[in-house]
Design a protein. Structure first.
Length: 118
């Protein structure tokens, strides 16, 4: 059985590129366009891991993480943040992210982090 990863990313090219990479690595993938949609999909699935951006419309990644961590069935779901904003790393960690990686991501390192968490 493959693990399911929810990708929450507002940029379509980035979202689809990450989805293809993770599918090639053997993961099942679900996607969401923003934090609000990510919250809804995370509650419906729930995924084995969430890979999210921080800066998104409707609901940003930090708020989504806070709300997920307050939900019983998503409280312990591993969350990996990808962000171009290094100053947001501490805020993401405080919100409950397990790992924060810089964009553009080192894909090999990202896959290693994901493998270690699922």
């Amino acid at each position: 059985m493959s693990h399911t990863i929810l990708i929450v990313e507002d940029h379509p090219d980035t979202r689809e590129g990450l989805a293809q990479l993770l599918q090639l690595a053997g993961y099942s993938v679900a996607t969401a366009d923003d934090g609000q949609q990510g919250l809804v999909k995370a509650c419906a699935l729930p995924p084995d891991l969430i890979l999210t951006d921080i800066s998104m419309p409707v609901m940003d990644g930090i708020e989504m993480i806070k709300q997920l961590r307050a939900t019983a069935f998503c409280k312990s779901t591993p969350i990996v943040v990808l962000s171009a904003y290094g100053d947001k790393a501490l805020e993401a960690a405080r919100a409950g992210a397990n790992e924060v990686l810089s964009k553009p991501a080192n894909l090999t390192a990202m896959l290693q982090v994901i493998k270690s968490l699922v």
